[in-house]
Design a protein around this ligand. Structure first.
Ligand code: SF4
Ligand code: SF4
Length: 353
């Protein structure tokens, strides 16, 4: 079973687009232990994602979880995988040594040259210098780590140069999304700029591909793969089935945006999962009414209840912003794929099949 552990609701940063409310709550040892046991209670393997707020504010809880899971893995014979999403500011060699030993897949929230536009510390100071150094340290120990970009309208002009910068540092994998929620305002000018920046990134992506350099840009990779391999429902989010968030007090929810809503809480780490409620909630993750006739419906994130809820307040309603972005992304990904295919069919097939 895959669980995302919200080890703390606190964070040492104050990013302009952050949708999380910072609170002093942290996960207790009892909740953590029970969550580690629950992860092994069913399925063929266990998966934990250390999450927050900023999970490295609670590194002792991470170490405790690793010890507990090592024991559980020995007792059950099931393998365990770890991931962590971090703002990177608290990474150090001691932690990275453990991360390397335990094979923790680290996703570093980093926006390259655009970092200081939105990603600032709680006192308002910029974080570029610090995170840039930490990124180099991370890559020296775990070169397969990935950078996670969230591009807000005020930083969009630096999107493409930041992708090139991050790749130049040594990251081979970049996940990128636009910032959503009521703290960001995408106007027409920002959307136009976004399209231009995505086209510039597409040209870079193409150049890297043709040079035989490994560079994965999730926004394009996913759209091209979905087109070639066809719609695979098992790869889509199933509210609360593939990955469940665990709050500091031990409650289990369908997805992050639903935390605190009793209708989407289906148990806790001590009493386990209310299967009937979980199944009912998962069935709600379907294509919204407004998308059923759209030719792009199987390649679009329209059924992401979490994102829909963040944007429109309703899990079944897609926002105009999301629809516009998805159309833009799919069009650029398709044009790029056509060029790659024409330029080197064998390499294209190898990469996307
Ligand atoms: S680092 Fe993450 S949790 Fe912290 S303020 Fe930024 S977006 Fe929010
Ligand atoms: S592109 Fe727009 S209308 Fe089409 S499936 Fe996506 S959100 Fe729905």
């Amino acid at each position: 079973m895959n669980l995302t552990l919200h080890l703390t609701e606190n964070c040492n940063m104050n990013c302009a687009y952050c949708t999380r409310e910072k609170k002093p709550e942290r996960m207790s040892e009892e909740v953590l232990d029970a969550a580690c046991d629950l992860a092994f209670s069913q399925g063929k393997s266990a998966g934990l994602c250390f999450f927050g707020g900023e999970p490295l504010l609670e590194r002792e809880l991470i170490f405790r979880a690793l010890r507990r899971c090592r024991d559980n893995s020995r007792k059950t014979g099931k393998p365990v995988q770890y991931k962590m999403t971090t703002n990177g500011t608290l990474l150090d060699e001691a932690f990275l040594g453990v991360a390397m030993q335990e094979k923790i897949g680290i996703g570093l929230s980093f926006e390259g040259l655009a970092q200081d536009t939105c990603r600032r510390f709680a006192d308002g100071s910029g974080s570029f210098e610090k995170v840039n150094e930490k990124a180099k340290m991370l890559l020296s120990v775990l070169p397969d780590s990935y950078a996670m970009m969230t591009i807000a309208p005020q930083a969009v002009q630096q999107f493409a140069e930041s992708v090139r910068y991050i790749c130049g540092l040594g990251f081979h994998r970049i996940t990128a999304t636009i910032a959503y929620g009521n703290k960001v305002h995408w106007d027409d000018a920002a959307m136009e700029q976004l399209e231009m920046q995505l086209r510039e990134i597409a040209a870079y992506y193409e150049a890297q591909f043709l040079a035989g350099k490994p560079f994965f840009f999730s926004a394009f990779d996913a759209k091209i793969r979905d087109c070639i391999r066809g719609f695979n429902p098992s790869e889509r989010c199933h509210l609360g089935f593939r990955q469940m968030p665990v709050t500091p007090d031990g409650k289990l929810y369908a997805c992050t945006q639903f935390i605190g809503d009793d209708d989407y809480c289906f148990g806790d780490v001590f009493s386990g999962i209310d299967r009937e409620k979980q199944a009912k909630i998962a069935m709600r993750a379907s294509t919204p009414e407004t998308c059923r006739e759209c030719a792009l419906r199987t390649r679009c994130t329209n059924s992401c209840g979490c994102l829909n809820r963040l944007e429109t307040g309703n899990e079944d309603t897609v926002s105009p912003l999301q629809c516009t972005y998805e159309r833009m992304l799919i069009a650029i990904a398709d044009e790029t794929a056509e060029r790659l295919f024409a330029a080197d069919e064998a390499a294209f097939r190898k990469r996307f099949r």
